[in-house]
Design a protein around this ligand. Structure first.
Ligand SMILES: Nc1nc2c(ncn2[C@@H]2O[C@H](COP(=O)(O)OP(=O)(O)O)[C@@H](O)[C@H]2O)c(=O)[nH]1
Ligand SMILES: [Mg+2]
Length: 367
């Protein structure tokens, strides 16, 4: 009897920790045709050696890397708090094997890759802008617009196929005249019409309620997409927004150097810009805790959540036993020079359950 209870408690603990771990980490899938520089980018981001080779499908199992999000605000907060430890927030990048035309039908390693993308929160589409006769080019030409159109179409076709199955299932279930099922069916039929016009789900005008209804299906084209053109020279292109142009080979070489060496040679690493851009498309905000001066730490939260939910990311107790919190925008804390001074000046606000957390808030949870 006691043994069963113990197993039950352990299971609950595992489920709860998984849930909290999950709610904290956001991931970006690096997607593109073979040999466009995806693994080169991943290596530069993580500074970890991964298989980089001049032939398609080197990367079969996806490489996952957790990367710290560069944050000047955290550095400034730490400069007034003088904590023993500074912990930035993180984002996960996943290097997915090359997608090819027909992937949605299972071409190349098709369906496997598409399933991996489904589990990510955003997509970083890498497009080839460099010409190098020694590196095989499956497109046979440098044409980033055409390349992005091929990739978008593969994602669209996969969504279309998934949607077909969902509609069939909903049609069957709708015989019971369940209102929610009928509503879902209507919505899915509307989405199908738009997909037929080659419109991505993220481009369709949907209400918050409709978006919430679609969430469980994890459609690929509902995810935010960022476009990255890998080129050794500045090319002017009409790429979809948002996009960035980078020379990934150079970035990978520079990522081997220390911050001091880069400064000495007056070189800039643009990877930070890319990490920030990916963080931004996820529609996340950052809040900070300064834990009794021991640790200044940045945390990631989906925009639009309230104070107890933010507390739950730091510790489950902060959500369950939440009473109130002390909050100050980060700039005000810097201006005051210390937490004590900020309190004396009345800059620290006391907030309750309903407070909507703002980007840049420094929060002390009270339980
Ligand atoms: N000239 C040039 N070569 C690159 C660039 N980026 C990647 N490569 C090379 O292209 C090959 C394929 O790169 P990789 O990152 O493995 O491509 P993936 O298949 O998209 O993961 C490697 O030999 C890279 O060194 C670049 O910007 N310029
Ligand atoms: Mg690769």
């Amino acid at each position: 009897m006691f043994g069963e209870k113990l197993i039950f408690i352990i299971l609950c603990y595992i489920i709860i920790s998984y849930y909290y771990e999950k709610s904290m980490s956001f991931s970006v899938a690096i997607v593109g045709l073979p040999n466009v520089g995806k693994s080169t980018l991943f290596k530069a981001l993580t500074k970890k050696p991964v298989a980089i080779a001049n032939y398609p499908f080197t990367t079969i199992q996806p490489n996952k890397g957790v990367i710290t999000v560069p944050d000047e605000r955290l550095t400034k907060i730490a400069a007034v708090i003088h904590p023993e430890k500074i912990t930035p927030t993180t984002i996960e990048f996943i290097d997915i094997a090359g997608l090819v035309k027909g992937a949605h039908r299972g071409e190349g390693l098709g369906n496997q890759f598409l399933a991996q993308i489904r589990n990510c929160d955003a997509i970083l589409l890498v497009l080839r802008g460099f010409s190098n006769p020694d590196v095989e080019n499956v497109l046979q030409e440098i044409n980033p617009q055409k390349e992005s159109a091929i990739l978008q179409l593969e994602l669209l076709m996969k969504d279309w196929e998934v949607l077909e199955n969902i509609i069939k299932k909903l049609e069957h279930e709708s015989k019971t005249k369940d209102k929610l099922i009928l509503k879902k069916l209507n919505l899915c039929q509307k989405i199908k019409e738009e997909l037929n016009k080659e419109k991505m789900i993220s481009e369709i005008n949907l209400t918050e309620e409709e978006k919430a209804m679609l969430k469980e299906y994890q459609f690929l084209t509902a995810k935010p997409i960022f476009y990255l053109l890998n080129t050794n020279h500045q090319t002017k292109t009409d790429l979809p927004q948002p996009h960035l142009t980078l020379n990934l080979k150079e970035e990978e070489e520079l990522s081997e150097m220390s911050a001091e060496e880069l400064k000495e040679l007056n070189l800039n690493l643009y990877l930070d810009q890319l990490i920030l851009a990916c963080y931004n498309i996820l529609d996340l905000i950052t809040f900070y805790t300064v834990a009794g001066k021991k640790e200044a730490r940045a945390w990631t939260l989906k925009r639009g959540l309230k104070c107890p939910q933010a507390g739950g990311i730091v510790h489950s107790d902060f959500e369950e036993k939440f009473i109130r919190a002390e909050v100050i925008p980060w700039q005000k804390l810097i201006e005051a020079g210390s937490w004590t001074k900020a309190k004396e000046l009345g800059l620290v606000k006391i907030v309750g359950h309903d407070y909507l957390v703002q980007d840049g808030d420094v929060i002390e949870f009270k339980i």
